[in-house]
Design a binder for this molecule. Structure first.
Ligand SMILES: Cc1ncc(COP(=O)(O)O)c(C=O)c1O
Length: 409
């Protein structure tokens, strides 16, 4: 899709708006499948949290993926999109036992990352197979908030707690059918994956009846034209070889699972916002758009870099800008960024807006969440309408405050 296509979508559906290119999603999915073609049983479970629009989930169903979920609501969305429960893995953290049991009753694969939960779940549901999320104690990821396999992380069961795990498993007679890890996001170095994989293999050897090994995700995607990314092809070659050797050692065919979010959808997403004001101060030129961290939180939350292009003036001269939002707090998308000259009314395009963008949006400042469009077969399809005042009001109860105050008196 090109600039004309993007601007036509803004013309039709207005801004701010999220646009997703289905072809890019499919290319990434196929790239992963191809990289691991030497593995006989490969399962790609798309991480719903990255972008959970039901049309996107249906797209992944069409490709043949499963789903990785972290809440019963994500599970329910997946089921509504037509996924079978057996194709959904559920990896809760800090979630109530009640919710975990509800998801188990739906027939999803349960992945437990806590000894206390394991003991309770196993005692009450000995017949339900469970995957174990281990914490391999590998420090990896682009930012401390997205590094989840290190020693201080709340995620996973420490590999040093394996004796306790084995005791619980034998006492409850539960069936551990998978071992899982996810060490973080934006991991560039494939040696980190390979090192963590060895820890996963060592853990796996302690269980005799596994069906799958889940290597989580965390692949780094490029954020600019020449940016570095995880070398999926090389990882595919090296990990497939090692995985196939491990299967022989293990003596039973195993499925190799991944659960990527960012890798599959990040680059397919564009966020388009209109410039409300251009403001020259003593230190910079601010371009303020009709959006903010309520719609697009990653720069403020993770200090993540998103390339910004002025679609309305692609051939103009470059100037330096701070691109900010309209939220009444510091709300910076980019500082001191070289962008083609910006005028009020121009449309800016934020790249890598597919993953953790719309799904992390909120109504802060009582703003409406943007619309979402899927670009597929050279056509635009609205997959979420822009919110309206009704969306802000509909769940609020009609309480007549003056009456209440009079009653109290
Ligand atoms: C358990 C788990 N699996 C998969 C993912 C997806 O990671 P990414 O978007 O980096 O591919 C995450 C991200 O937070 C996660 O927590």
């Amino acid at each position: 899709m090109n600039t004309t296509d993007l601007l036509a979508i803004v013309n039709e559906y207005d801004a701010p708006i999220y646009i997703y290119d289905a072809q890019k999603i499919e290319n990434q999915y196929n790239r992963l499948i191809k990289a691991f073609k030497k593995v006989e049983r490969l399962k790609i479970n798309y991480a719903v949290k990255a972008l959970s629009n039901i049309s996107i989930l249906k797209l992944f169903k069409y490709y043949g993926a499963g789903l990785d979920t972290v809440s019963i609501q994500e599970v329910q969305l997946g089921l509504s999109a037509g996924f079978k429960a057996k194709d959904i893995i559920y990896t809760p953290n800090g979630v109530s036992l009640q919710e975990i049991e509800e998801v188990a009753q739906l027939g999803c694969q349960i992945n437990i990352d806590n000894l206390s939960v394991l003991e309770q779940f196993g005692s009450r549901n000995p017949g339900i197979p469970v995957c174990l999320r281990i914490n391999p104690h590998v420090m990896a990821g682009g930012n401390r908030n997205i590094s989840v396999g290190h020693i201080d992380s709340k995620f996973g069961i420490s590999i040093h707690q394996m004796p306790h795990v084995l005791r619980i498993v034998s006492n409850t007679n539960m069936h551990i059918n998978g071992i899982h890890m996810h060490t973080g996001s934006d991991i560039l170095d494939i040696d980190v994956f390979l090192h963590a994989a060895e820890i996963l293999f060592n853990t796996a050897k302690q269980f005799t009846n596994l069906d799958f090994l889940d290597f989580g995700s965390g692949f780094k995607v490029p954020y600019t034209e020449n940016d570095i990314e995880t070398n999926i092809e090389e990882l595919g070659k090296k990990l497939s070889k090692r995985f196939n050797a491990f299967q022989l050692e293990y003596g039973k065919p195993l499925t190799l699972a991944f659960e990527p979010g960012k890798f599959l959808v990040s680059e397919a997403g564009y966020f388009l916002a209109r410039v409300n004001t251009v403001k020259q101060t003593t230190s910079t030129v601010f371009a303020a758009v009709d959006s903010g961290f309520n719609h697009f939180i990653r720069p403020m939350f993770y200090q993540s870099f998103h390339d910004i292009i002025n679609l309305s003036n692609e051939n103009g001269n470059e100037r330096f800008y701070s691109v900010v939002g309209y939220v009444c707090e510091t709300d910076t998308f980019a500082s001191n960024r070289r962008i083609k000259e910006i005028k009020e009314g121009d449309i800016l395009c934020f790249k890598n807006a597919g993953a953790y963008c719309f799904s992390m949006s909120s109504n802060y400042n009582s703003r409406y969440k943007p619309a979402e469009v899927l670009w597929i077969n050279n056509k635009a399809f609205l997959i979420r309408e822009r919110e309206t005042l009704n969306d802000l009001l509909q769940k609020q109860c009609k309480v007549e405050i003056p009456d209440l105050v009079t009653e109290l008196n």
